[in-house]
Ligand binder design. Structure first.
Ligand SMILES: Cc1ncc(COP(=O)(O)O)c(C=O)c1O
Length: 375
């Protein structure tokens, strides 16, 4: 990336903005000498739960474990089937396999990146134990009819909210719409730690308690091991830093909305370019701004020559990756088409509106062969 280029994301910029508060949080943890769990983790759990209007939040080591613990606590076992989106990050599927269950791939709704009740319903059978929906790219799933389906079939509904901190649907935050939800605080997320971290939210006290055991060797108190748990606890330091960043999240999400609005305004009406659509009632948080075009690879190369970094999310449907090759259909699917056409433009609170305008200008130039006329 040249020094005048536009990076896809810039993690240091977000941290630099909050440096004094982060330094204080860091010092507080060093002074107290408690490094795993403890007051900082409990305070962050309370604050995060409140931010998603969920009764309980349980801090864990990462988003993958949050997903696997959610499924396990909701009763998913070896031999069960779990419906998962084909178009998602591989972690959604790995969580299912960690329990020995079988992922069943749901395709995205046409014209969208997310699954719908229509694409999920035919996949529900006698062995289905749960459905995982992913609020992909920060755009909430149309979850109400999916929740109805799950209720009718008495199966669990888990939200993978790893990309959607702060997103809302019909004024309700994601993370409190199913039986449990999993968040990732991987550094590149809208709310990112300075390392790995994750959170599970739920309204169920039994699920909360079970996940508290699962994350800590099966014990709620030292040496009281009731079940076969694992070690997936949240570090005090990450919790303290995340408490600071949680305060900034609404403002950072708002900046993402401005960047998305700029892209959508400047790039409207270009033949051969599909812009991301938002469902009525949704307040997305634009973890990614994801466009579609059959000229994707050439466009990415052109943008790279102008110093603009782009990324693919994701280069292949999960069932086309080697570990899951046996789970995919023989025909070309909607998820395959997305994998061939999708491109993510630079996005994040680090981007200025001027930079976003420059990105939009470059995309416009690629498609139209000339500069975008000024309004
Ligand atoms: C949709 C989705 N699910 C799950 C995860 C897993 O989170 P983590 O990397 O914290 O394990 C991620 C991110 O990495 C993700 O994007």
């Amino acid at each position: 990336m040249s020094e005048h280029g536009i990076p896809f994301l810039d993690l240091q910029a977000a941290t630099a903005e909050l440096r004094p508060q982060l330094d204080q949080a860091w010092a507080r943890v060093l002074d107290r000498g408690c490094y795993v769990g403890g007051d900082e983790v409990e305070a962050f759990e309370r604050e995060f739960a409140a931010s998603v209007a969920s009764p309980f939040a349980v801090g864990v080591g990462n988003g993958l474990d949050a997903l696997a613990f959610a499924l396990q606590a909701l009763g998913v076992r070896e031999g069960d089937e779990v419906v998962v989106p084909a178009h998602t990050f591989i972690a959604t599927w790995l969580a299912v396999r960690m329990l020995g269950a079988t992922p069943v791939a749901a395709e995205p709704e046409s014209g969208r990146f997310n699954v719908s009740a229509r694409t999920i319903e035919p996949l529900i059978g006698a062995r289905t134990r749960a459905v995982v929906v992913v609020h992909l790219y920060g755009e909430p799933v149309e979850i109400e009819p999916i929740a109805e389906l799950c209720k009718t079939h008495r199966i669990a509904l888990v939200e993978d909210a790893a990309q959607a901190h702060g997103a809302r649907r019909n004024a309700k935050p994601v993370g409190a719409m199913g039986d449990a939800a999993a968040f990732s605080f991987y550094p590149a997320k809208n709310l990112g730690a300075l390392g790995d971290a994750g959170m599970l939210t739920t309204a169920s006290e039994p699920v909360r308690e079970q996940v508290c055991r699962l994350r800590n060797y099966g014990a709620l108190a030292k040496y009281e091991h009731r079940i076969e748990g694992r070690n997936s606890r949240l570090d005090s330091l990450q919790a303290a830093l995340l408490r600071v960043k949680l305060q900034a999240l609404p403002e950072w999400n708002q900046r993402r909305r401005c960047i998305a609005a700029r892209y959508s305004q400047d790039l409207a009406g270009i033949d051969g370019l599909e812009l991301p659509q938002t469902l009525p009632g949704n307040e997305p948080v634009w973890h990614l701004y994801s466009i579609r075009t059959s000229r994707r690879d050439e466009l990415a190369r052109f943008l790279a020559t102008t110093g603009i970094e782009t990324m693919l999310h994701y280069p292949a449907a999960v069932y086309r990756t080697p570990p899951f090759a046996a789970f995919g259909p023989d025909r070309i699917t909607d998820s395959d088409r997305i994998a061939n056409q999708q491109l993510s433009l630079p996005m994040g609170p680090h981007l200025s509106e001027l930079q976003a305008g420059n990105v939009a200008d470059a995309v416009y130039r690629y498609f139209r062969g000339s500069a975008r006329p000024r309004a």
